[in-house]
Structures are given as C-alpha cells and as structure tokens.
Design a protein around this ligand. Structure first.
Ligand code: SER
Length: 326
C-alpha cells in the first residue's frame, strides 16, 4: 500500500516554477501542509502569507534536516537549481547547488524514510550528439553545459536511490517553461518569456538566439500538471522514474514572434545571438514524450496559440492596471 503524501516541502519555492507549484500544492493538499523554502530571495506576499515559509541552503544538509524535522516532512518537490546560462558563468556554484543539493535531498529522503521525492530534470541533459528531432526517451546524453552535466548526474543518482534504497523518486525532463508570475532565473530558454513582457511593454524585443532557433517549450499550467500527475501516478506502472521526456510544444523564435504579432501587429523582434546560442543549438528541436504518456497518462493542454492568447491577455491587463512587474 503506497504511503500518503501528508507534509510537503518545496525547495526553490521563490523561483519560476516553485512559486506557482507551491500555490497549486497548497490548493490541493492544504496550506499548512506545504512548506515553502527558499534561499535568500524574499518570497512574494502571496507565497509568504498563504502558508509556512523557511530559508534553507540545499547545499548545506543541516539546514534541510532542521526544517524536515520541524515540519515532519515526508514529501519533497526539489525545485532549487542554478539554470544553464548562470551555470556557465559560475560552474562551481551550479555544481554545488545542483549536485550537492540533490544529493542532500536524496540522503534526507533515505534517512527520514520519506514517502516521495520530485526532482525535475531538463532538456539540458541532451547535447550535440543527440538526435535533434523528436528526441527519443533513451538516447545519447552528452551535455556540454555544467547545468546539463548536473542534470544527467542527478537523473542517474535519483534512479540509483530508487533501485538501491527504495526511495520513491520521480522526475521529468522539462523543456523551456513559459509563465507570467515569476521570471526565470538565468536559463537559455528565457527569451521565450521575456519576449511576451517586452511585446506588451515596449512593442519590441531583441532576442538572444537566432530567428530559426527551435526548442521544445511548455506553458506553466502544464508544467505544474506534469509535476503533480507524475507524483500521483501509481508507482507500479512506472518503468522510468527520474528522466521522463515531457513537452508541450515546439516553435522557433521567429514563429513565436509571428504568433505575438497576431495580437500586437506593431511588435518588432530583432535577433542578436549571444553565448546562449551555442547552448540552444545543443538542445533538441522537439521531444518524444510517449513514455510519459504511456506510463502516467501525460497529456499537455496548451499549444503556442492557446498559450500566447493567455499570456498576452494577462500581461496586457497588468500593463493597463500599471501592475506589470518587469
Ligand atoms: N529552462 C532551462 C534553461 O534554459 C532548461 O531547463 O536553462
């Protein structure tokens, strides 16, 4: 009989995914049952005031143990990570946070006999030798970024804990995530978020990857659904654990700009590729997520048109109200 998830902790709860996932988990499992944690950055009032919040440093095990004991945590969504672009500027920090952080969370899960752990992976596990189109579930994982290195090692470590220690760890390879609540913190796919904000605010955007650059992406409601559905899935149905390909859509930067122009015809996008172009070029155009579909019923709801309509509706309203926070 599967153990219940009663007391949940979210690491990285102040980040792009964590901030919205925490609110969704509080809605689903009860505000007091979801501890939000962060490292230094102050939470927005909505997050801070809707349930418990603590500061921890995932690279320091004792700070994890302290809150795990205090709140009797049995489930962790481990969202804290240094993303690809910041990771190339500071590879030592990326290793420390991503590798030691994941190891510490897994060790805490093992020692405290936790119910379930979610550790997201990323399209950054792939590299230039990987097939670019409809990238298979099982394929070449030879990333060239420190972020990618830590995500491949993280997947392997998570699967090791499943097999060796019976810790129930689950995770999916997220593509670029697009959202309007919290900006991403230094990834390669950030242009696909920034372009919406700039389109609404300034009617122009200078994109840091080329017009033809294509990457897999996902809208935040699907990102949250993937995390919650995978964590709710029947363990006995899972053949994979920590490395499910998941995707919502794929588009080039030019196609994204053209979609926005359908709503804001005067919008102009220019392209000035920087160091992130090489990273983007090493990642897939599109993903095959059939394993996730078969093993736990993954199915995204948003395509480029539906996402753009929603993003622009919310951001335009905020711009009109004077509350567009960018
Ligand atoms: N969005 C991430 C990044 O660009 C990929 O996981 O680094």
């Amino acid at each position: 009989m599967a153990k219940e998830m009663k007391k949940i902790m979210v690491t990285g709860s102040v980040g792009q995914i964590g901030s919205e996932l925490t609110m969704a988990l509080r809605e689903k499992y009860g505000n007091d049952n979801v501890l939000a944690t962060g490292h230094r950055t102050q939470p927005k009032p909505e997050l801070r005031d809707s349930g418990p919040f603590e500061f921890i440093n995932v690279a320091k095990r004792e700070t994890i143990d302290e809150v795990v004991k205090k709140y009797d945590i049995d489930t962790i969504y481990h969202l804290s990570a240094i993303l690809s672009a910041v990771g190339e500027k500071n590879p030592y920090l990326a290793w420390d946070v991503n590798m030691n952080g994941t190891y510490n969370i897994l060790e805490a899960a093992r020692e405290f006999d936790m119910t379930r752990i979610f550790v997201p992976s990323s399209i950054a596990v792939f590299g230039p030798e990987t097939p670019l189109d409809n990238t298979p579930q099982e394929t070449i994982l030879k990333p060239k970024t420190m972020y990618g290195v830590t995500k491949v090692a993280g997947e392997l470590l998570c699967d090791y804990y499943v097999k060796r220690f019976d810790v129930d760890v689950r995770g999916c390879r997220y593509p670029g995530i697009i959202s309007y609540e919290t900006l991403p913190g230094g990834g390669t796919t950030d242009y696909a978020v920034a372009i919406y904000f700039e389109a609404v605010k300034n009617k122009k955007y200078t994109c840091f990857v080329k017009e033809e650059t294509m990457l897999p992406m996902m809208y935040m409601p699907d990102c949250i659904k993937a995390a919650i559905d995978l964590m709710e899935a029947d363990f006995s149905q899972l053949k994979h654990h920590s490395d499910f390909n998941v995707t919502g859509m794929s588009f080039s930067a030019g196609e994204l700009a053209a979609e926005i122009q359908k709503h804001i015809p005067e919008f102009v996008c220019e392209y000035e590729p920087d160091f992130r172009q090489d990273i983007a070029d090493s990642w897939p155009n599109s993903l095959d997520d059939s394993a996730a579909r078969e093993e736990w019923g993954w199915s995204p709801s948003f395509d480029l048109a539906a996402m753009s309509e929603d993003m622009l509706k919310v951001l335009s309203q905020r711009h009109a109200d004077g509350t567009l926070d960018y």
